[in-house]
Design a protein around this ligand. Sequence first.
Ligand SMILES: [Zn+2]
Length: 610
Amino acid sequence: MTEQRSRDEVKQQVREASDIVEIIGEVVSLRRAGNNFVGMCPFHADRKTPSFSVSHQGQFFHCFGCGESGDVFSFLMKYHQMSFPEALEHLARRSHIELPAAGGAGRGEADPRPRLFAVNEQAALLYQRCLLESREGQPGRDYLARRGCPPEAIRRYRLGYAPSQDQVGWQYLISRLARQGMSERELEQAGLAVRGDQGRGYDRFRDRLLFPIFDLSGRVCGFGGRILGDGQPKYMNSPETPVFDKGRLLLGLAQHRDEIRRRRRVVVVEGNFDMLSLAVAGMDYVVAPLGTALTRQQLRLIKGLVDEVLLFFDGDAAGIKAAMRAVPLVLAERIKARVATLPAGDDPDSLVRRQGREAVEGLLDEARPLADFVLEALIRQHGLSLEGKARIVGELRPIIAEAGDEAERELMISHWAAGLGLYSGDRILNSLEFRSCPRNTTALRPPAAPPPPRTAPSSEAGPETMPLAQRQLLDHLILYPEHLDELCAGGALELLSASSAREIVVAQQGLAAAGCLQPERLLECLPDGMARRYVARLLFSPASAVPPEAEQEEAASRLRAMHAWLGRMRREQQSRELLARITAAQQAGDQAEVLALLARKQGLDRGSEG
Ligand SMILES: [Zn+2]
């Protein structure tokens, strides 16, 4: 009871000691707006509107775009996917508040993580002492000296060395940490020891140079190690543990965060030594994922700090693959990214040591936007013949399918399609077998009272700004051109409020008159702009496949719904027109006209009720 109360008190204390503006400001760029702070929402896709507001006074955030809101705990939980205890601990550490020990009766297993952090910390200290001071550390010191890494860097990155078993046996770490009361079992849990066949434990890292890997609050979560001898594997990380999730950590971020934030850019390299060598050369705005492809969580750690991410990859096939894999992530996280590639045979480490920082920064300055880079690489690989384009589209399609939302998909498609000249002739289109009839998942339900197109439509507004029912009508007209005449006779064209939407329908009518009504043909005859982008996006939207046998029935039921809606809209529009005329007649004092019009309007309203 008292313990529970004290935990609640601590929670309150931590909340009060934490500044939500500062916490969120680490990952989202916020600017002051009156009493509040605003920025781009990290939870929904919108590149333009700073709808995300943070109240300093109330210590909460709210997004007016997607409705996400909460306090500092819920932000950490949602954005960094922390559990509540993790968020509490993270904030308590920042404010130097001691948390009451977890555990106690009825609480089940105590949280193992504080202990694992402690074990990792002790291991890092021991390995570093070994590297800096001990006789066994000589191979590590020699190696780093050969690579031009000075002692200051060793201290800054807290590098360490795990000596070889030939020198110190198999329990170097285990025996030393045991003296500090850390059990073999705990080392095993932390990924630092491995249990052998005989049940006897041995050190996981031997004859390896070690990079401790830190989390946002500077705790050692695990290690990345490079072998110095001939052993295998060359690189080895700690295994996944309750504190080491390598997809959510970045090597170098703990040390470089301030510089990254100051420069508003970050360079992502592939290897630990690439990171280290560039940093030693003075480029301390570099991070490295831990031997795997970049993840979305890793991008989230940096995106709020920077205006752009520079991916520094090998120019070979693997580098291109890595770049391709990054496209959907970068788009989904709405990050500007460019790719710089290395000369054949070089990595950032060798390049910076041979040619210096200027050469590397020169390459980075020439980095290509990610999407262009991917397309250019594929064109080099496959060529621009019809067959080549088909292969390229085949490779791009899975990337497109991973887009976070429609806007990103549209962006990729319009970008790449233009680069491939994809809309220039239908033979190419046919050879690429573009999806011609995607279907929306939601059944079509014309809303009971759709907002009518009141005013003259702005020529600026794209079809996507139209009310849902109008968009459904437009989509139907694009996807089922066979219903075009029928629906246009019912007044469909006039009911579309966006001029670009009407542009599409008029183009469609032109195609119908020419007798070539494939949806894809529509793309060719629309000028580049909102209308064409809308159609492209619709045609590429992932089909929530309607089985062919159900398709006809689906189309027919949609058509019926369209007709019913059109009829209602027509009557409403007439009713509105009558109302305007009645008002005018009243102002003109023409009583007879008012009465006549009112009678017509009543008739109309009765009809629409029936
Ligand atoms: Zn939002």
